[in-house]
Design a protein around this ligand. Sequence first.
Ligand code: F6R
Length: 610
Amino acid sequence: MCGIVGYIGPRNTQDVLIEGLSKLEYRGYDSAGIAVYTDGGLKVSKALGRLVNLENKLEGAPLVGSVGIGHTRWATHGKPSDVNSHPHTDATQKFSVVHNGIIENYLELKDELIASGVEFVSETDTEVISHLVAREYNGDIVEAVQKVIKHLRGAFALAVLTEYEPDRIVAVRHASPLIIGIGENENFIGSDIPAILKYTRNVFILNDGEMALLTRDSVKLMTIEGNEIAREMTYIEWDAITAEKGGYEHFMHKEIHEQPRAYQDTMRGRVDESGKKVVLPDFHMTDEQIKNIRNVQIIACGTAYHAGLVGRTVIERLVRIPVETDVASEYRYRSPIVTPETLVIVVSQSGETADTLAALREAQANGAHVLAITNVVGSSIARDANDVIATLAGPEIAVASTKAYTSQLIAFYLLGLYFAQVRGTQTEAQVAETLAAMQALPEQVESILTRELEAKAHAEEFSSQKHLFFIGRGLDYAAAQEGSLKLKEISYIHSEAYAAGELKHGTLALIEEGVPVIALATEQALIEKTVSNIKEVKARGGVVLTICYEEDAQELLKSVDSVFTIPKTLPLLTASLSVVALQLLSYYASLALGLDVDKPRNLAKSVTVE
Ligand code: F6R
């Protein structure tokens, strides 16, 4: 996602900041900027697009000084643009702030600031922080920041610099990572280790709720309440590549592990304070438009299409509106029937997929309101759609999509609940129950991730096979389709996903002694029927691994060869847990086969041709 760097010391600050930002480029970004305290006071330079645009700008007007902060932005609030990029300043340009994360209550704070006469220049949530710091400043930047933090809700890592105290930088971590690098007569801030690795390997890793005050020759760590903290320095032994992968061997592995955070970030600011109601602050559809929806069409490609399959069931179960799903490359050529009461939802991680973009335009040309669920706010799809729900998974680098897919599921749950609220198809208690179950998902994913070795052992067992089948019913079938695609993509094992009840209508002919079958059996209402289908497989010699809830494991083990259990959640949410297990199975199968996990053959991350 966004990247932060900060520097105070004798080197050319501009160069250190640009070098640090360049090391964060791999995370994806759409604009960059720096603020440096110069002879002429605090100066800011920012540019849309690649870092080289900022470098070109600085070539003509360098910022010379010995303290500064910098940022690469991945748009969440407001489109990518010069003005929306960081650092943000207050009206007097004396305070500058860079921020990673999301301020949930920024609209409230913004209204309050506007009422007191403050003029905003950007559409970002971050700008409220710079105005608030200026308002609270009374001669001590640490105190001002501490006061401001009390007003903020959400996730944030901050670096704050003021012209009034150019020998100090303040850094804050609250649910968004930040480290402090220690040098000799110089100190650094980085949102990620690669940003500072060239200069130092000695770091303090801030914990949530902590802040740091940096001068040239000292770093003071404290809680955000101001209590001083004593901490051992950590020595970073990673090489540059390992550092980019956050210590993981592959981006895919890292991204699988980022899912608990991606779930939280995608929900952040979209559930009201009581935790019982969905709020979608940036949503344009009026209640009347939502009430008038007659049918929904979900269009996407690949993994995003599989998220749409889950989305279909979620919307149909929660809102009782008919939903069709279509792969984008087919949609526009089948003369789709669209009316002004049709809501078209396009789903795309990159927001640039040519097939999906073309389908979006086809739907709009036919008069549909198009809602995009996308991970890239400034993408073509986000720009062209009538409404956007951003999945806040952060940049996904591995070709095989993981955290983007599960964040798309979270977006569908939120959307389904929101529509259900507006159309009254779920009671308040039902919505609250689902939201409570959603809040538990990040921890439940963590618990699956602690059992990687189990997944590895299963994957190693089937990785020598040429063919594999996935079966499931209902949402288990939707998840099975994603599991099958994941396996094909990165292990090159041929696999098919079947609705468990459909197997006997032909494909059962392929089941023979030793053929591995992964059966998903979490849909409680359908479990007995799935077991019957599992028995059909077992009778033909298939070797069955079942993904199921812990409480069903004993009973299922009477019919299957092995189980991988997942924590229990509501039936509607099950795919967001079972798929994590399937991702691990694919990852370890690919690893066992010695393949290039992050860059599978023949595939590209963003498919911009039809
Ligand atoms: C598979 C995968 C692809 C994409 C598909 C659509 O792991 O990533 O199937 O899901 O190419 O891409 P986006 O979501 O960028 O439109």
